[in-house]
Ligand binder design. Structure first.
Ligand SMILES: [Zn+2]
Ligand SMILES: [Zn+2]
Length: 502
């Protein structure tokens, strides 16, 4: 009998040890483990499910949860981006790609922080200048009260980091001095870092001074590690006035530092005044009285062309690979490592504006390119007549998520955030969807982020889906293995006890 008791103690000890050391046992052990162990595992439920995501995350950067997300308001959709206008000093973090195809985007005066984490803002269309007016300056330091357009109207003391803009279309017509840029029209002590801008920035104006930039229009601050792949168009609408015109692949006018940027530029500039064009900067000028400014224009790369005319007998026609006209030669203390493959392409016919596509009879063919884990989808439009081609109708990255779980309670509008892990690339994916859609626990096949409703079975309670999300298979396997071991040990014990009695 002593031997039998020892065996039972051994079996129990073995089982407990196996339960405590087994991986991924958070839910399998709830039913059988001692009360103390169960409560401990309940406490760690949320951290366990987060680890599942972070351990396997590759590819896209994903926002760390916890402290960081408390600082920055998470943005899942157009509504979240629009909220920046009502609290422009706030911090915001993109949690997924956001499509603005159906929004008439109004440029925002922004002073806060927008963190993209590599996510994209797609198909933003800006067709009017914002409310802000700021002074800008030409090469003679003449002041102009100026309007601005871009995804942001003005960035003042603001930071925009790791945001991808694709299918960005800024197309503005004005009758006053105006600067337009992809990300902002005006920047003042702003930082634009690690961003991508893909799209078209166009200005047509009868203003006296105006400019276009791939990333920013006018200003100062810092633009670093960005990629701009842009078509820039600038049209001077009043042929009788000698205007000041500026175009730069990164920015039009100012003295923002440029560090490590890549610019792929297709510029079209029609001007009846003074042209200042540069692959990186139209005109560099330290326009305030800070005499000790130590400027940086370093390690940037530009590739492309600016096709332009300067309809002006008093010709200057600046068009340089880096800086069109440098008004503050001594201000740039660091200017090294810049490379260019840039063509200044001057034309001498002034009766017709220069535009990217001028077919009399365009014939479009469309190729739809699906999104993948790493690339956004798009429609490539090509003119069969002349070969002109451009991408449009961008779509988010597409991940394959089989198990979704709700991430928090539904908000006032009945929407809830759900998360899942891509089975192909391991990226943790977040979406903001209706509470009904979030309770679906299974998705099969390729479901674009944002298409929450298709092909999913429904589970009635959200808690059910959260508790089971992604854990069921491993806990079943571990349970079965443990069961078999326990049964084997008991059987051996019984055999030994029976033998001892005989
Ligand atoms: Zn064509
Ligand atoms: Zn993926």
């Amino acid at each position: 009998m002593k031997l039998a008791r020892n065996l039972i103690v051994l079996v129990v000890a073995f089982c407990l040890a196996a339960i405590i050391t087994a991986p991924d046992m958070s839910f399998a052990t709830e039913a059988s483990a001692a009360p103390e162990a169960t409560s401990k595992l309940n406490e760690s439920q949320s951290s366990v499910s987060q680890e599942v995501g972070s351990q396997t995350t590759t590819g896209e950067q994903v926002a760390p949860q916890g402290a960081a997300s408390q600082e920055a308001t998470p943005v899942f959709d157009a509504e979240g981006l629009l909220a920046m206008a009502s609290d422009p000093y706030g911090s915001y973090r993109l949690m997924c790609d956001v499509d603005l195809a159906n929004i008439a985007w109004q440029p925002i005066e922004f002073h806060g922080t927008l963190l993209g984490d590599g996510h994209a803002i797609l198909n933003a269309s800006v067709t009017s200048t914002g409310q802000a007016r700021r002074n800008t300056y030409d090469g003679n330091m003449k002041e102009y009260v100026t309007s601005f357009a871009g995804f942001f109207d003005t960035l003042e003391g603001a930071t925009v980091q790791n945001v991808v803009f694709l299918g960005l279309n800024v197309d503005v017509s004005t009758s006053e001095p105006t600067f337009v840029g992809g990300i902002c029209g005006y920047m003042d002590n702003a930082v634009i870092e690690g961003c991508t801008v893909g799209g078209d920035v166009s200005l047509a104006t009868s203003g006296a001074s105006f400019g276009v930039g791939g990333i920013a229009g006018f200003g100062r601050g810092r633009i670093a590690d960005c990629v701009a792949d842009v078509t820039l168009v600038c049209r001077d609408l009043d042929a009788y006035q000698k205007d000041e015109q500026f175009m730069g692949g990164a920015y039009g006018v100012g003295y923002a530092d440029l560090l490590g940027n890549t610019i792929i530029l297709r510029g079209y500039d029609s001007d009846h005044g003074y042209v200042h064009n540069g692959g990186m900067v139209g005109m560099y000028i330290v326009y305030d009285e800070s005499a000790n400014h130590a400027g940086i224009v370093a390690n940037n790369r530009v590739q492309g062309f600016i096709t332009f005319f300067e309809d002006n007998e008093d010709r200057r026609a600046y068009c340089e690979p880096e800086i069109g006209e440098n008004m503050s030669m001594d201000a740039i203390t660091t200017r090294e490592g810049n490379t260019s493959d840039f063509t200044p392409d001057e034309r001498f016919e002034y009766d017709r504006d220069l535009l990217p596509h001028t077919c009399e009879n365009p014939q479009w063919t469309e190729e739809v390119i699906a999104g993948t884990c790493t690339d956004r989808g798009r429609t490539q439009r090509t003119c069969a007549n002349c070969g002109y081609t451009y991408p449009c109708n961008w779509t988010p990255t597409v991940h394959e998520v089989r198990e979704w779980s709700a991430d928090g309670e539904p908000d006032a509008s009945g929407q809830v955030v759900r998360k899942g892990t891509c089975t192909r690339c391991g990226t943790q994916v977040f979406e903001r969807v209706s509470a009904d859609a979030a309770s679906s626990s299974t998705v099969t096949g390729e479901v674009p982020a944002g298409d929450a409703a298709s092909g999913q079975s429904k589970v009635s309670e959200m808690e059910t889906s959260e508790a089971s999300g992604g854990i069921v298979p491993s806990h079943l396997i571990v349970g079965i293995v443990l069961g078999v071991i326990v049964l084997a040990v008991i059987a051996i014990g019984v055999v030994l006890v029976v033998r001892a009695r005989m």
